[in-house]
Design a binder for this molecule. Structure first.
Ligand code: FMN
Length: 213
């Protein structure tokens, strides 16, 4: 089957997010100008550069009386900092709870029963139980085309300034995403947990060693 976006999809549910899958989940902690803490998952999230390490996530605003950006984006715009927490199998319910549409002043760490850990370089706290966390400073916010509903649609780009890895998530000095059972977002209501990995060695002439530098 085929369809043009302009015509709308003919399927029972939009397949786009099932095609661009699995997507890693950037579980974003941030604070507002008054220091109030926020936590929310974003699966339009990825690493976009290695050196310096950089990440992005994008956020489609919501309609609450008026069109407004989601709290994570408003906070990061105001303070210039955020943390990307990795979510593993054990944290799946807490991650989901934190995605609720709560008022800006509500602390999703408390709502989801999560302990906070301090960050090294930025004000937002980390999810203490997360297998890994990336402290980020804002590089820029890119305005994306607005949806048909006219909601703000923004991509946040951040530069990673500090990295945390839970000791038990390291195997022989490597971040072991299968051991941590990292979770990822697919389409519809589907998620995936990483349970196995396979290795391939790059052909000669690759620009980096196979294990990364
Ligand atoms: C796994 C998962 C991934 C999500 N990814 C996105 C996303 O990429 N972009 C987005 O706008 N909302 C996404 N959401 C919805 C937001 O988490 C939700 O709107 C949340 O309330 C935003 O919180 P905030 O206003 O505190 O930033 C996702 C939800 C879940 C459960």
């Amino acid at each position: 089957m085929h369809y043009r976006i302009a015509d709308g999809h003919p399927l029972p549910h939009n397949p786009f997010k099932a095609i661009v899958a699995p997507r890693p989940i950037g579980w974003i902690s941030s604070v507002d100008a008054a220091g109030r803490v926020n936590l929310a998952p974003y699966s339009f999230f990825n690493g976009i550069a290695d050196d310096p390490p950089m990440v992005m996530f994008s956020s489609l605003g919501r309609k609450v009386g008026r069109d407004e950006a989601k709290d994570s984006v408003s906070n990061i715009e105001a303070t210039g900092e955020f943390v990307v927490n990795a979510a593993d199998w054990a944290l799946r319910d807490a991650m989901n709870v934190s995605s609720g549409g709560y008022a800006a002043e509500e602390d999703e760490f408390e709502l989801a029963g999560l302990e906070k850990a301090g960050s090294l370089e930025v004000r937002p706290p980390r999810v203490a139980a997360a297998p890994a966390a990336l402290e980020c400073v804002l590089d820029r916010i890119v305005e994306l085309p607005a949806s048909a509903a006219g909601l703000p649609n923004r991509m946040v780009i951040g530069r990673v300034v500090a990295v945390h890895i839970r000791d038990d998530a390291l195997t022989d000095g490597m971040f072991d995403i299968a051991k941590a059972r990292l979770i990822a977002r697919c389409g519809y209501r589907d998620y995936l947990s990483v349970d196995s990995l396979f290795q391939m060695t790059r052909p000669k002439g690759g620009d980096r060693e196979a294990l990364g530098s």
